[in-house]
Design a protein around this ligand. Sequence first.
Ligand SMILES: [Zn+2]
Length: 122
Amino acid sequence: MLLIKCPYCEEERPELEFRNAGEAHLVRAASIVEQSDDDFAAFLYFRQNPKGLQFERWRHIHGCGRFFNAVRDSVSDKFLTVYKADEPRPNVEQLIVRPAASAESTEEPDAKRAPRAKKAEV
Ligand SMILES: [Zn+2]
């Protein structure tokens, strides 16, 4: 079972306690009256849905009930980090753990990447 850490409760809990609430960091228009129908439809319905890292809003619905944001890899389903809703978007480059390069290795970059990709991330 997937464990998700709530940044408010500060403990990992089973995914069944949480609900995904869609894409994080959506910005509402100051006045929807002045917004065109196409812009409003884009805000309301269209999401990025990238393959890989994405910023998501989650709610600890069977815990504290609060909303928070998370950076999750949609391919591996691994959470890179969670942060409170009022905190700024984290720098994704700092979250990605890259294996240290070996100074003596003469392997091609693709050859290096393959064995490391097989390691299970916990
Ligand atoms: Zn919580």
